[in-house]
Design a protein around this ligand. Structure first.
Ligand code: PHE
Length: 455
């Protein structure tokens, strides 16, 4: 009986603990660092509209599917997929879906850690008053010098990787559960303070118009793909992070309610970040499409000018660090859980192995901003970091999500899915099943085809 299964790695203490952990995974650099800069690069409103539609029609149903598969499998994604496939009389090759997720998680963490290292460094800059009274240009130069220094970037990257592995080594409950409980609300409040500052820049409406007035002429096929890819990235979907967290979810918890809460919180944080950043961008005549440095070149200007900016700035980067931290642990958890299950490793050695490997891959990202930033080191005009980001967010995660949808709605017997979902209303199950069976696979395929110019 499915109800009797429990993961060998333990369980969340309650449904709320799961919501916190999954929100911790979802809310991260994706919301505060990435969402604003890709929105800026892709013209604003229309991009945001597509992103929101993808969250609603693709993201939420797939998140429900991942939690459902995880809870039913009660193992790491690789073993859960193998087990569920055999239960449903399907090919054991479905375990490779778990494998693809593990690889995507390593690749994402490799650059995630480098960027989280930037946030770490900026805590100290904010605290030491480095931004006080410095104008837009000075802040830009400061950032340029910073990313041009590989030694500094490596040091911060190393520190963040160690921090991540320490928490992973402590296990499901011991690590972040308590910290996230305080830090997520803190992040929320501070973002609202920043939006308050943005309100006073005199350019708030310009910022809002940029975010919410859709002009579809500005959206290319590639922009469409990036918006969809980001819906997966920001909700931590398509690679098993939510699946592995679902495997620690108590049997009674309602999957629908928890998933809706997580997706809503994640979306709200991204939109607040956008509303804090774009008014500053316009107030100081900055370029919305200036790329990955956007928040590091805008928010410090505000911290340098506002009363109490040293304090607010320091807190902001601390909270950003925590948002990144609670996401990074979920990127390796599928791999760690598998190493424990199949190789009898302890959590600690599994964490160390994963940390060392991803740390090395991360050097490629570090050098993408300095030694390897020149044209001669680019492929299709993209640096190693750009390629990695594109491959993971826009190819691997949507493809993983597509296969998760196919498995849950085409391979799995509907009665098994229905049993695990335990929805109150039969119509709700029918709606979910329809979305995962048709809307998600068709939606993802159409966006892929459009991006390569086939339609
Ligand atoms: N959702 C995280 C963010 O927005 C990133 C992430 C992706 C985490 C995939 C886990 C899995 O920052």
């Amino acid at each position: 009986m499915a109800e009797k299964r429990e993961s060998i790695h333990g369980q969340w203490s309650s449904r709320w603990a799961f919501i916190l952990a999954a929100t911790g995974s979802a809310v991260g650099l994706g919301n505060i660092w990435k969402f604003p800069y890709i929105t800026g690069e892709n013209g604003g409103g229309a991009f945001v509209a597509v992103y929101l539609i993808c969250i609603l029609l693709i993201g939420i149903p797939i998140m429900m599917a991942e939690v459902m598969l995880g809870r039913r499998g009660r193992r790491s994604p690789i073993n859960a997929m193998r087990h569920l496939a055999s239960e449903e009389g399907a090919s054991p090759h479905w375990k490779y879906l778990g494998w693809a997720g593990v690889i995507a998680g390593f690749l994402i963490l490799s650059y995630y850690s480098v960027i989280a290292g930037w946030a770490l460094a900026y805590i100290f800059r904010a605290a030491s008053g480095s931004f006080v009274g410095v104008g837009a240009e000075g802040i830009g130069t400061m950032f340029g010098h910073f990313i041009g220094d590989p030694e500094a970037l490596i040091a911060w990257h190393t520190l963040f990787m160690v921090m991540t592995m320490v928490v992973v080594a402590r296990g499901v409950r011991g690590g972040l559960e308590a910290a996230v409980r305080f830090l997520m609300p803190g992040l929320f409040i501070l973002l609202i303070v920043m939006v308050g500052y943005a309100l006073n820049t005199g350019h708030f409406n310009e910022g809002l118009a940029f975010l919410f007035t859709p002009n579809f002429d500005k959206l290319t096929g590639n922009g469409l793909l990036i918006a969809m890819g980001h819906a997966f990235f920001t909700l931590s979907l398509g690679m098993g992070a939510i699946m592995v967290y679902g495997s620690y979810l108590p049997s009674k918890a309602s999957i629908t309610k928890t998933v809706v809460i997580i997706a809503a919180a994640d979306t709200l944080v991204a939109l607040l970040a956008g509303m804090a950043i774009f008014p500053i961008v316009f107030a100081y005549g900055l370029e919305p499409g200036s790329g990955p440095g956007l928040i590091f070149q805008t928010l410090p200007i505000a911290f340098g000018q506002m009363p109490g900016g040293v304090l607010f700035g320091t807190f902001f980067f601390i909270l950003l660090l925590f948002a990144a931290w609670s996401s990074s642990i979920s990127l390796v958890e599928p791999a760690v859980a598998w190493l424990i299950e199949n190789h009898g490793m302890t959590r600690k050695s599994a964490a160390i192995w994963c940390g060392v490997i991803t740390w090395f891959v991360g050097l490629g990202t570090v050098f993408s901003f300095n030694y390897l930033s020149g044209e001669e080191f680019r492929l299709f005009g993209k640096t190693f970091f750009d390629l990695l980001d594109f491959l993971t967010s826009n190819v691997m995660l949507p493809l993983g999500g597509l296969l998760i949808a196919v498995f849950s709605a085409w391979i799995m017997r509907p009665e098994d899915a229905r049993e695990e979902m335990r929805m109150g209303y039969p119509k709700a199950f029918a709606l979910w099943h329809f979305l995962v069976r048709y809307v998600t696979p068709i939606g993802v395929s159409v966006v892929f085809l459009r991006a390569i110019g086939a339609i």
